[in-house]
Ligand binder design. Structure first.
Ligand code: NI
Ligand code: MN
Length: 242
């Protein structure tokens, strides 16, 4: 991975595959978060084109987050990182998994992952259309190449985001703005104020009619009200280098 010529900092690539799915490519490794691709009509990436993944991070059990994890794990040999209940579920399927839980961090060869709280469900869909227990939903703090990324998962606004913002110097925060199931625009602005990241990338919107939002107006609001943070609107399939 090339270095940023101006700052000398490492550059990593963050690719948005739509919904809550981000692929992060760094010198130290490649990870993908919440790989919901095949059944996302807005996604432009093909599941079989996702390659060389070291780890698949899953924030909770819902179908739009587990998504294509099994296929990607089988294609790439990637390890699944999730809460204990979800990790056990995938281990029973014969996949490699690393179980964690909220508040815990672990140093993997590609970087460090810490599970943060998220206020949301985590049921794993079953064939009969019901859900099995999938532990607690989480978000992720990820340290790669000296940078801190925060993927909030599916969550409502909660006051401890202030604590996360105080404790970690966040470079990029990926925040849901879709409303209905998670924070909406206004709450995501308050989240950004508490987290104080350099960049905010909105996610979890427009995938379904019920979470339709104007991403552009979120970015405009953020850039005029949270002066410490810069909003970045990524279309599915596009990326930024940081
Ligand atoms: Ni969910
Ligand atoms: Mn979701």
């Amino acid at each position: 991975m090339k270095k940023n010529k101006k700052t000398g900092d490492f550059v990593m690539k963050i690719i948005f595959h739509g919904h809550a799915c981000f692929e992060i490519q760094a010198d130290s490794g490649k990870i993908i978060i919440d790989p919901f691709i095949r059944n996302n009509s807005l996604a432009v990436t093909k599941v079989e084109d996702i390659k060389d993944i070291d780890a698949i991070l899953i924030s909770h059990g819902h179908g739009d987050h587990i998504g294509d994890a099994v296929e990607i794990a089988k294609n790439t040999g990637a390890m699944i990182i999730a809460n204990f209940e979800i990790a056990t579920y995938f281990e029973k399927m014969g996949l490699k998994a690393h179980a964690m839980h909220i508040g815990g961090k672990y140093a993997f060869p590609f970087g460090t992952v810490k599970l943060t709280p998220a206020i949301h469900g985590s049921g794993i869909p079953t064939r009969d259309g019901l859900h099995m227990y999938g532990g607690l939903a989480c978000g992720f703090l990820i340290q790669l190449e000296g940078k801190w990324l925060y993927h909030a998962g599916d969550t409502g606004l909660f006051g401890d985001m202030q604590l996360i913002g105080r404790r970690y110097n966040i470079d990029v925060a990926m925040l849901p703005i879709g409303d209905n199931f998670t924070m909406g625009l206004e709450d995501a602005l308050i989240a950004a104020q508490m987290l104080n990241p350099k960049y905010v990338i909105p996610m979890h919107f427009n995938t379904f009619p019920v979470i339709k939002q104007d991403g552009k107006s979120f970015i405009d609001l953020l850039n005029t009200t949270v002066l410490e943070s810069k909003g970045i609107l990524l279309e599915p399939g596009s990326s930024i280098d940081i």
